[in-house]
Design a protein around this ligand. Structure first.
Ligand code: NAP
Length: 248
C-alpha cells in the first residue's frame, strides 16, 4: 500500500517509526523543508512543496499513492487545505493524525486569542517581559508591539527576528524538561508566555512552568479543521488505513 505521510511533526515521525520495516506498506514521508537539518526518518522521504493543489494531485498520480495521512502541525493550515482539496478531487482517502489541544487546569491563567495579531495586542500597552514560543514564521506580528522585551525560542534563527527591537534569541529543539523551563522563565524574569495551542507533550512543560511560577499565558487558538477522519493514536489510524486497503 502506497502511503503518503504529510509530516514535519512528532506524530508523523512516530507513524514513520511504526511503519518502518513493514512489508505491506510503502510509505513516503513528506516534509516542507523549513528546518535545514531535519532528523532523517527511518522510511523513504521527500523534501519541499508540491506546488499547490495541482502539484499535489500530480504527485499523487505519478507516485500511484493509495492513501494520504495528513500528520502536519495543527497550524499548517495551507498544507492541510491542499490535501483536502487534492484528495477530494482525486478520490484518494485522506485521514488526519493529530494531537489533542492543550486545556487549562486548576491554577492556570490562560487567555485564548484567535490570531497572532490578537496575541500581540493582548500583551497591552505597558512594557512586559514576554516568553515568545510561536515558531519563527509568525514573529513579525509582534513588531506591532515593539515596547516589550521578548525572549524568543525557535529551532533556527527566524528572518523576522530583527523586527523585534528588544529581544533575546534562544535556539533549541524540544522536548524540554520542566525544571529547565522553570529556571529559564524565572531567570529571565518572564511575566507572560505566548504560545500557539499546538498540543503534544514535547513542548508542554512551558505551560506547567508558567503555572508553577504563577505566570499568565496567551494561547493562539487552532485554525478550524476540515471534516476528515481524525486520529490521535497511531494504532487507531492503522486500523482505519487497513479498512481502506485497495483490493488486489
Ligand atoms: P503551511 O503554511 O500549511 O504550508 C505552506 C506550504 O508549504 C504548503 O502549501 C506546501 O507547499 C508546503 N508544505 C507544508 N507542509 C508540507 C509537507 N509536509 N510536505 C511538503 N510540502 C509542505 O505549513 P507551515 O505552517 O509553513 O508548516 C510547514 C511545515 O512545518 C509542515 O510540514 C508542518 O507540519 C511543520 N510545522 C509547522 C508548525 C506551525 O506552527 N505551522 C510547527 C511545527 C512544524 P506547496 O503548496 O508548494 O505544496
Amino acid at each position: 500500500m502506497r502511503l503518503l505521510i504529510l509530516g514535519g511533526t512528532t506524530e508523523a515521525s512516530a507513524l514513520a517509526r511504526h511503519l518502518a520495516g513493514r512489508q505491506d506498506f510503502a510509505p513516503i514521508l513528506s516534509m516542507a523543508g523549513r528546518t535545514k537539518n531535519p532528523i532523517a526518518p527511518p522510511i523513504p522521504y521527500r523534501i519541499g512543496g508540491f506546488g499547490g493543489v495541482e502539484g499535489l494531485k500530480r504527485y499523487l498520480a505519478e507516485n500511484r499513492i493509495d492513501l494520504v495521512v495528513d500528520a502536519t502541525h495543527p497550524f499548517a493550515e495551507q498544507m492541510s487545505a491542499n490535501a483536502v482539496q487534492a484528495c477530494g478531487e482525486t478520490g484518494i482517502p485522506l485521514a488526519v493524525l493529530t494531537r489533542p489541544a492543550w486545556r487549562p487546569g486548576p491554577g492556570d491563567n490562560w487567555h485564548f486569542v484567535p490570531s497572532m495579531d490578537a496575541a500581540a495586542r493582548a500583551l497591552g500597552p505597558a512594557k512586559r517581559r514576554v516568553f515568545l514560543t510561536v515558531g519563527g514564521l509568525q514573529l513579525a506580528a509582534f513588531a506591532a508591539a515593539p515596547q516589550h522585551h521578548y525572549l524568543v525560542r525557535t529551532i533556527e534563527t527566524p528572518e523576522a527576528i530583527a523586527s523585534l527591537p528588544d529581544h533575546r534569541l534562544i535556539l533549541a529543539r524540544g522536548p524540554f524538561a520542566l525544571e529547565d523551563e522553570v529556571a529559564l522563565m524565572r531567570d529571565a524574569r518572564i511575566e507572560v508566555l505566548v504560545t500557539k495551542n499546538s498540543g503534544g507533550s514535547a513542548t508542554e512543560a512551558k505551560l506547567e512552568a508558567a503555572r508553577t511560577l504563577g505566570i499568565g499565558v496567551i494561547l493562539v487558538e487552532r485554525p478550524a479543521v476540515a471534516d476528515v477522519p481524525a486520529f490521535e493514536d497511531v494504532e487507531a489510524l492503522i486500523g482505519w488505513i487497513e479498512d481502506h486497503r485497495p483490493s488486489p
